[in-house]
Design a protein around this ligand. Sequence first.
Ligand code: ADP
Length: 181
Amino acid sequence: MRKEYNPTSIELIHGDITKSEVDCIVNAANTSLLGGGGVDGAIHRAGGSEILEQCKQIRARQGGCAVGEAVITTAGKLNSKYVIHTIGPVWNDGKNNEEEKLQSCYINILELACKHNIRSIAFPNISTGIYRFPKIVAAQIALKSVKNYIELHSAIDRIQFVCFDEENYQIYQKMLEESGM
Ligand code: ADP
């Protein structure tokens, strides 16, 4: 699915984000920045050791990355220039500002992308795997944060939402149709 919104093109992909051909791939990492399971493991496997080396340098400088924040590295062997690593919140009954923290992830990623003149970016469904964030709420936050951002800034030409699992793909398809994006 592909739509035009403001000057930005929005694409919905059902598949593996490591195959995306964009300036920047977003990683749903953990606070250690040392790799893990899910999309994090897939990005480090496909991108090679250069990504981990840069993550280690960031750790040495600032001691990892906090929930809701984002850091940038090379994309190593991926078909991209950069990986932006964000740390999504773990869902714990929704009473620990999980929604605000997930929104911060998207905002911080987009601001960092803008600083690096990134024109195309692919997002996974942050926090909806091992971190158990409810998928519908996570998709609402993702779309709203991105929509608000691109309404105010025209720097990004192309945004991909990459859904690995069928459930997220169906949710995004429905929401994108309804949202007017
Ligand atoms: P988190 O810890 O933030 O929940 P996960 O990696 O467990 O991170 O899951 C985040 C989302 O990434 C999930 O929706 C999962 O289905 C998806 N995912 C897993 N592997 C890939 C991949 N190779 N490409 C895109 N999305 C992926």
